[in-house]
Design a protein around this ligand. Structure first.
Ligand code: GDP
Length: 527
């Protein structure tokens, strides 16, 4: 009975330079006119606008990266995604990425076709391109709302906000109980020199009042003061409202769930328990939280898995499409195999965050993760696999679904070297002057030549030298000269990834099955 409507929370997504930031500014400034208040001087991570007496909350950090990072920490912050597409540029890679991230979070999409002031703009073409991504405009008989806007000239903002509210009414039931004790995600926090720890909470439920005790993760405090997005001091904040909180003992992490508790003592106690648990979890990091192919069957048997989500990256569109086609053929009575995102190019942090938030695995074809993505995957416990042939992935998945996946060969990454200079030796070929950026390069290691995240060649080392001397290995932080076997097309900026493969025992079942796939690469080179 106590439920009342609450404002929808909106994130702006889209390709770089399509106008996300400008659009946020435009909506903000048009709202100032309506509220005739002194203007928004504060950036607290979110702001609100009023339309026909109803509020809409906009998150101030545009882009799907921030959105998915919050989601990966368990916070579902956004109700609606506004997809900005520049009408003079059309659908671009990050447009598609944004669509997939929004879909993975099951958040409805409103399209803002931006830059319609440009003479070369073509809003119809944008619509046609988006139809291919299942975003049929309502005016063409579909269900997606489109607003044509110019963020720069402040045109169409009302129409956009109206369409957001339309979608909120039609597709979402946004209600909350303002009388409950407040809870909601932290969307931003920092340590302010003058004011101490400052955190912005998006109150999702209940009403937050000054002097209440609050806990968020391992941070706790008594609310000393509250500020709204205009920088005005307020006494309370209701559902759907972003509010800046003073009084935490330390800045809580963005994405933490904050909630009011009975008193300070309890808040401190809960924060302490949480801190203990975090330490224990860090200790037991080995126990991965994400889904992995190796554990898939055990988890299925425990009844914990109904779907296997996969993010696919490849070097060319053709191979990605082929993979999607092959995966579609895999049928399993209990587990659905879903491809939630595909893309061309290196595996990035954004892919890992999406996988982490959606409990997915990541598969790359002839592409490699960059260093940040690799580190993030390890930290988030995301199963990241790279393949050179399609059937290896489909086979892995089929075997995982029946609990028979045993890696036949494990790959051990040794290190990476960056090519900084090239030397042509007429008799030998091209020697790559390298700097070892991670780990170690061994003379007998296999080498993968990675250019802009794509594997261009795989081979062995013909010669490894420190100055004029042959070396068995070269450690991180040192320079060396590398001559690759049968590959002279190395370029400055290439990354040489050194790795070794180790055989792992296969189970009887698999040995009895079809023969081992013939590797086209030569087998381990003798030392
Ligand atoms: P973001 O990377 O998506 O945040 O894009 P920005 O908001 O930074 O905008 C990128 C560029 O596009 C800037 O130079 C803006 O001035 C310009 N821009 C944004 N919106 C419009 C618009 O509606 N019309 C025109 N002509 N330019 C725009």
């Amino acid at each position: 009975e106590d439920l009342v409507p609450r404002p929808p929370v909106v994130t702006i997504m889209g390709h770089v330079d399509h106008g996300k930031t400008t659009l946020l500014d435009a909506i903000r400034s048009s709202a100032v006119v309506e509220t005739e208040a002194g203007g928004i001087t504060q950036h607290i991570g979110a702001y609100q606008v009023k339309h026909d007496g109803r509020l809409v909350t906009f998150l101030d950090t545009p882009g799907h990266e921030a959105f998915t990072a919050l989601r990966a920490r368990g916070a579902k912050v956004t109700d609606i995604a506004v997809l900005v597409v520049a009408a003079d540029d059309g659908v671009m890679p990050q447009t598609v990425e944004s669509i997939n991230h929004a879909r993975a979070a099951q958040v409805p999409i409103v399209v803002a076709v931006n830059k319609i002031d440009r003479p070369d703009s073509n809003p119809t073409r944008v619509r046609q391109e988006l139809v291919a991504h299942d975003l049929q405009p309502e005016e063409w008989g579909g269900t997606t709302q489109y607003a044509d806007v110019s963020a720069k000239e402040n045109q169409g903002m009302d129409d956009l906000v109206e369409k957001i509210l339309l979608v909120a009414d039609a597709e979402l039931e946004l209600t909350a109980n303002p009388k409950a004790e407040a809870s909601g995600p932290i969307i931003e926090s920092r340590l302010d020199v003058g004011r101490g720890p400052v955190a912005t909470m998006l109150v999702a439920r209940g009403t937050l009042h000054v002097s209440e005790a609050i806990v968020a993760g391992d941070s706790w405090g008594k609310v000393r003061a509250l500020y709204n997005y205009r920088g005005e001091k307020v006494k309370e904040a209701g559902p759907g409202t972003p509010v800046e909180i003073l009084g935490f003992d330390k800045p809580p992490a963005a994405g933490e769930h904050a909630h009011v508790v009975e008193n300070d003592r309890q808040a401190r106690h809960l924060a302490g328990l949480r801190a203990q648990r975090v330490r224990a979890e860090q200790f037991a990091r080995g126990a991965k939280k994400g889904v992995s192919l190796e554990e898939l069957f055990t988890r299925m048997e425990e009844g914990g898995v109904q779907e296997l989500n996969i993010v696919i990256k490849g070097d060319v569109q053709g191979s990605v499409e082929a993979v999607v086609g092959e995966l579609a053929k895999i049928k399993h009575p209990e587990v659905a195999v879903n491809v939630i995102h595909t893309g061309i190019g290196a595996i990035t942090e954004s892919d890992i965050m999406l996988a982490s938030a959606s409990n997915a695995i990541v598969a790359g074809f002839n592409v490699r993760p960059n260093a940040e993505a690799r580190a993030l995957a390890e930290c988030e416990g995301v199963d990241l696999r790279t393949y050179r042939v399609i059937y290896q992935l489909t086979e892995d998945i089929q075997q995982a679904l029946v609990g028979m996946l045993a890696p036949e060969q494990v790959e051990e990454s040794l290190g990476e070297a960056e090519v900084r200079a090239l030397f042509r030796a007429s008799r030998l070929g091209v020697i790559a002057g390298c700097y070892v950026t991670r780990g170690v390069i061994r003379r007998n290691a296999r080498i993968r030549v990675v250019r802009d995240g794509t594997v261009v060649y795989e081979t062995g080392i013909a010669s490894l030298r420190r100055f004029k001397d042959d070396a068995r290995e070269v450690q991180e932080g040192f320079e060396c000269g590398i001559l690759l076997e049968g590959f002279n097309d190395v370029k400055e900026g290439d990354v040489l990834e050194a790795f070794e493969t180790r055989e792992i025992e296969r189970t009887d079942l698999e040995v009895a099955g079809d023969g081992q796939p013939a590797e086209e690469a030569p087998s381990e080179e003798p030392a």
